[in-house]
Design a protein around this ligand. Structure first.
Ligand code: BTN
Length: 257
């Protein structure tokens, strides 16, 4: 059976029956002095948050809603890469517990059989040159039996893809076991240079056409991988412009897997 064998991630783990959002809960706890490695897990979120101000539906007892509190020593500029580290950990954890082929849609959606099973929301409190705390929030659709019609084409759960319920405790343990290993690699350079190959092995966009929407307009290219800062490297097509362009997740929205 899978169990948590980390040195710090998930120590302690705080289980809540309900909260507004585990990210909000984790931020409040971090401000009140909770230590690096504290994990908040909730059965139910009344106001789960997604990226770009969207809400995140969090039905009771069927999902994994959790947030890790971190108080790292690297500069604030590096913190957004934790999301990519977490994405790798989820892909790895899901694969090891379920055998499903979980892949990553850059930067941080986890996809099984073409549909999203997990989203990650990282939030930071920082001064210009140091981090007060970072919270890494992970939502995994574990045991939902169905989805509303409007998202059925785009979202799925582990149990729907597997045909049986999954142990949420096992997935939680394996995600953080993997996260801690990858995080050590990340700390070697405070960037993704030691993790690039591993991330790219899970990257579903690789070799695929992507459409990029940036402030200057829309353009197309083929995704080739990521750089050491987690930017997506895109070979531009049909423009006469040779070479790779690196795009940042904050600036662009990449369409198409
Ligand atoms: C996204 O893909 O838009 C990110 C979704 C992140 C959802 C998780 S669930 C646990 C944590 N608490 C939140 O309120 N959001 C994250």
């Amino acid at each position: 059976a899978s169990r948590l064998h980390t040195g710090w991630a998930g120590h302690p783990t705080v289980f809540l029956e309900r909260t507004d959002s585990t990210n909000n809960e984790a931020k409040r706890m971090a401000e009140a002095g909770a230590s690096h490695g504290t994990l908040v897990v909730a059965e139910n979120q009344e106001a789960g948050k997604g990226r770009r101000g969207r809400s995140w539906s969090s039905p009771e007892k069927s999902g994994i809603w959790m947030t890790l509190i971190m108080k790292p020593e690297f500069p604030p500029s590096q913190a957004s890469m934790l999301t990519l580290v977490a994405a790798m950990a989820v892909a790895e954890g899901v694969r090891s517990v379920t055998g499903l082929e979980a892949g990553i849609k850059w930067p941080n959606d986890i996809v099984v059989n073409g549909k999203k099973i997990c989203g990650i929301l990282t939030e930071m409190s920082a001064e210009p040159d140091y981090i007060n705390h970072v919270v890494v929030g992970i939502g995994i659709n574990a045991n939902m039996e169905e989805f509303p019609p409007d998202i059925r084409e785009k979202a799925t759960s582990l149990s729907l893809e597997l045909g049986e319920k999954v142990s949420r405790a096992a997935v939680i343990a394996e995600v953080w076991n993997a996260f801690e290993l990858y995080y050590d690699k990340f700390l070697e350079n405070a960037d993704l240079s030691s993790l690039r190959e591993k991330y790219e092995a899970h990257l579903l966009n690789r070799g695929k056409e992507v459409c990029v929407l940036d402030p200057k307009g829309e353009w197309r290219g083929v995704a080739r991988g990521i750089d050491r800062n987690g930017r997506l490297l895109i070979e531009q097509t049909g423009s006469g412009d040779e070479g790779l362009r690196a795009v940042d997740s904050g600036e662009v929205s990449v369409r198409g897997v």
